[in-house]
Design a protein around this ligand. Structure first.
Ligand SMILES: CC(C)(COP(=O)(O)OP(=O)(O)OC[C@H]1O[C@@H](n2cnc3c(N)ncnc32)[C@H](O)[C@@H]1OP(=O)(O)O)[C@@H](O)C(=O)NCCC(=O)NCCS
Length: 113
């Protein structure tokens, strides 16, 4: 590894007292993030999946990314992660490539802010 760490913001997704998931915004990319990880990562608790939460959370973070001064964000997922790919596409992601990386086959999308 040996990759530099980058500044990031981490949000919990909650409803009342319930923790539903989390989403991270990395403020800039290093070589690893440009290749594999992207600007934004998220996960939803299994029992709360397929209710539109990832799509909503990604959409909610985009204005925050814009506010940081970013013009576009890279969002990636495993090639077989249909739910994540759909969430990205629902938020305007444009596929740049499907790339073989050290972490497997990744779909890499850019969202213009
Ligand atoms: C991927 C993940 C974040 C999706 O979260 P989610 O809240 O269930 O996603 P959404 O409800 O917003 O679903 C978005 C779309 O994908 C579809 N979808 C979600 N999960 C799916 C699945 N397992 N199989 C097929 N379609 C799926 C939804 O039906 C929805 O489709 P639509 O836009 O046509 O209605 C969630 O499954 C998860 O946390 N997985 C483990 C961690 C992970 O993979 N994080 C992403 C790393 S890039």
């Amino acid at each position: 590894m040996g990759e530099e760490r980058v500044h990031a913001t981490h949000w919990w997704i909650v409803e009342g007292d319930s923790y539903l998931g989390a989403i991270d915004l990395r403020h800039y990319l290093n070589a690893f993030l440009l290749d594999v990880g992207g600007h934004i990562g998220y996960s939803i608790r299994p029992s709360f999946r397929r209710r539109g939460l990832a799509t909503w959370a990604l959409g909610a973070v985009l204005p925050r990314a814009r506010a940081l001064g970013l013009d576009r964000v890279l969002v990636t997922c495993d090639d077989d992660n249909i739910g994540s790919a759909r969430s990205i596409e629902r938020n305007g992601g444009v596929l740049e490539d499907v790339r073989t990386t050290d972490a497997g086959l990744k779909r890499r999308y850019w969202i213009t802010l």
